[in-house]
Design a protein around this ligand. Structure first.
Ligand code: CA
Length: 222
């Protein structure tokens, strides 16, 4: 899952980014309204965290512009703690959720996960298919009654994205877009390497290759 964080407070951005990466998200950052609007309108983010008070263009203007362009990316706005009118304005402009500053990073992460799950029609906190259970807090995968296995950061991001998109054909470009941030080197051969490693952990039959198109995550017991 790839996030865009639009926030002009450099100190806040630094620690949010570090914690979001640790929580298994690829994170891009913009520190002003113009760059933020452009990135959010051109890259396929799974969710956007949007501060309202930004230099060059306000968060509300950016959000209204995206919605006008039918950009439905889930957006959490960061508001001043006691400013109820900011929350109302945020929802009117098309926000999906809000968080008042200052907040605990755990709450932001929980809200981002909830938004992304809802987007994919999932209800629960953990991601499960027939035989697989992916634990987001420990970044471990459990296959049926076997011992849990630890995943690397990239393996975790890749498997979570695939499990949330079960049954869909996922091209290597699509996978790279949601697994890596903007600054990472995008080599689609790397996706092949990680798919191979995942197959060794969860079973080869769980990830099908569609020649010339990409991969399909398919849990036969689901
Ligand atoms: Ca600000």
């Amino acid at each position: 899952m790839r996030l865009l964080l639009i926030e002009d407070d450099a100190e806040l951005t630094n620690y949010l980014r570090a914690d979001l990466v640790k929580a298994g998200f690829a994170v891009d950052v913009a520190d002003n309204g113009i760059d933020g609007e452009f990135l959010g309108g051109s890259e396929p983010y799974d969710a956007i965290v949007l501060d309202l008070g930004l230099p060059q263009k306000s968060g509300l203007e950016i959000l209204a512009a995206w919605r006008k362009q039918k950009n439905r990316v889930p957006v959490i706005v960061l508001t001043a703690r006691d400013a109820w009118y900011e929350r109302v304005d945020g929802f009117k402009a098309g926000a999906d959720d809000y968080l008042g500053k200052p907040f605990h990073i755990e709450e932001l992460i929980a809200r981002i996960r909830a938004l992304i799950y809802r987007q994919h029609g999932k209800m629960s906190h953990s991601i499960e298919t027939g035989t697989l259970r992916l634990d987001e807090d420990t970044q471990q995968v459990k296959v049926a009654d076997d011992e849990s296995q630890q995943l690397t950061g990239t393996e975790f991001r890749l498997l979570r994205y695939m499990m949330l998109n079960t049954g869909k054909i996922l091209s290597k470009t699509n996978l790279s877009d949601h697994v890596y941030d903007q600054d990472s080197e995008r080599d689609s051969n790397l996706i092949e390497v990680y798919v191979r490693r995942l197959r060794e952990k969860i079973g080869h039959h769980m990830i099908l290759t569609k020649r010339g198109q990409g991969y399909v995550f398919n849990d036969p017991t689901t």
